[in-house]
Design a protein around this ligand. Structure first.
Ligand SMILES: Nc1ncnc2c1ncn2[C@@H]1O[C@H](COP(=O)(O)OP(=O)(O)OP(=O)(O)O)[C@@H](O)[C@H]1O
Length: 460
């Protein structure tokens, strides 16, 4: 390391080199122990190539640098949460940055930059309210943004409409963009990726296309369910995926359902998506909905009575975008018409948004009531934890019907049946499908129930 001291500042040596320890070696590699993935990533990006070049000079044969993350079990540092560690290391990194020379590849930056051209500046972690429905996904996204290309790669965030998927992956992009100089961040919807690819084919510019996507440091693709049935684009994404994965570049995708439920997706691409961390976003609880509205009010420096906030949160339950829409409308009304916002005004102005949400929930209520009546049970029994055959089978029928005639995902159906997991719903649907094949009485029964439910729903 002596030769390095002439080239690097004392701060850099203290910050990075003194945190490396010899761990192991083979003929062609040296394994270095480091205290965290973040340190590993930084060393890889800043110095690995220079160290490997120096090792080649000294030994005359290529020696690869490998890393082993080793946290001291008993140190107070090790007892802190990984999020705290990431934060601390990030702060230390920023502090040491001032005195470090500019790195040849990616390096941490402290200056606030101009917005990224394809990212919405509003989509940041600061603006994202974390509740029980999204804390796993939000913390994963936060960890990725501090340490791209390491622990959670690839990551797939899935969930229903308007629950914050785009907000979360763009927050990753915005954070990496602000924190790391020269990081090449690509955010596209799956539709844009497809169009880009088809244009490249048409214009015979596939080499440019490959250069664009296969040299990204962070690739963010929104709404991958759009790729269903698009075999050529899937094939191209498969190769893009492999190139980035091999190069330890971060990929994050979003989808409106678990990948296992995407029907027209090639297995090998599905396997790639499933290889990393898959996290879901559920609809927010009443308290989280309230916190989201309060945050939006705070940001716009406005205020509305608590009773109106409660009214909105009680009536808009499954979609944060609609929650925002309701708030925006009521604030605009107050400003343009100059009236105080009362519960009555809110009820009047938000009638259509409220009705849409009630209709969405009526379907599943109808289904549960109709199925419970048919089997002479109560809806509470259907939603209960009881697993006796007399209840389990009707519950599976109700779940199957819910999947057939509503837009709800398996995650959402699971929530409506006492907070069950989406895999339970998938299992139930499979079970009913099998029974319909093996027992000729089942299919007519399910079809009749579906017809009755549709008719009574139409009558209102
Ligand atoms: N937890 C949250 N805190 C604050 N705002 C949120 C939260 N979740 C969602 N939003 C806001 O709700 C709106 C919809 O979110 P977003 O577009 O990210 O949803 P989505 O899941 O990508 O929807 P879609 O499936 O329609 O693409 C955005 O304006 C976003 O900022």
């Amino acid at each position: 390391m002596n030769q390095f001291s002439a080239e690097y500042s004392p701060q850099e040596i203290h910050m990075w080199f003194e945190r490396m320890q010899y761990h192991d070696s083979t003929e062609s590699s040296i394994v270095i122990a480091v205290p965290s993935s973040f340190v590993q990533d930084q060393i890889e990006q800043r110095y690995a190539r220079a160290i490997e070049d120096r090792l080649l000079e000294i030994s005359g044969s290529p020696i690869k640098l490998e890393f082993h993350v080793q946290r001291a079990a008993s140190s107070p540092r090790a007892q802190r949460s990984s999020a705290q560690l990431v934060r601390e290391e990030q702060q230390e990194a920023s502090a040491s940055q001032e005195s470090s020379r500019s790195a040849p590849r990616l390096s941490v930056t402290t200056a606030v930059k101009r917005p990224h051209p394809s990212l919405n500046q509003r989509y940041t972690f600061d603006n994202f309210v974390i509740g029980e429905n999204n804390n796993f996904a939000a913390n994963a996204a936060l960890a990725i943004s501090k340490n791209p290309g390491t622990a959670y790669n690839p990551c797939l965030v899935y969930g229903g409409v308007g629950l914050g998927k785009t907000h979360l992956i763009q927050s990753i992009g915005n954070t990496v963009y602000q924190d790391i100089d020269n990081a090449k961040i690509i955010f596209v919807s799956a539709e844009e990726f497809t169009n880009d690819f088809l244009n490249a084919l048409r214009e015979k510019q596939t080499a440019q296309f490959k250069n664009k996507y296969r040299y990204a440091d962070v690739l963010l693709i929104d709404d991958i369910h759009f790729l269903q049935g698009k075999e050529e684009t899937q094939e191209e994404l498969f190769h893009t995926f492999n190139a980035l994965y091999e190069a330890n570049k971060q990929m994050v995708f979003t989808c409106d359902r678990p990948v296992s439920e995407l029907r027209q997706l090639k297995d090998r691409l599905r396997n790639r998506f499933e290889r990393g961390l898959n996290v879901d976003l559920k609809p927010p609880s009443f308290e989280t909905r309230l916190a989201i509205l309060q945050k939006k009010l705070e940001q716009s420096n406005r205020n509305i009575p608590e009773s109106v906030l409660n009214l909105i949160c009680s009536n808009v339950t499954t979609n944060v975008r609609d929650l925002e829409k309701a708030l925006t409308r009521i604030l605009a009304y107050a400003e343009l018409v100059g009236k105080d916002i009362t519960e009555e005004v809110a009820r009047q102005q938000l009638k259509d948004i409220f009705v849409t949400h009630h209709q969405a929930s009526i379907n599943i209520d109808f289904i549960q009531r109709a199925v419970a009546d048919y089997f002479n049970l109560t809806t509470n029994e259907l939603k209960s934890k009881k697993r006796t055959a007399a209840i389990a089978f009707p519950r599976q029928v109700a779940m199957y019907i819910a999947r057939q005639i509503t837009e709800l995902s398996t995650t959402e159906v699971g929530l409506e049946f006492g907070g069950r997991d989406h895999t339970t719903v998938m299992y139930a649907c499979q079970k009913i499908e099998n029974k319909m094949k093996s027992d000729s009485t089942i299919e007519p029964m399910v079809k009749r129930l579906i017809r009755d439910i549709r008719e009574s729903n139409a009558k209102g």
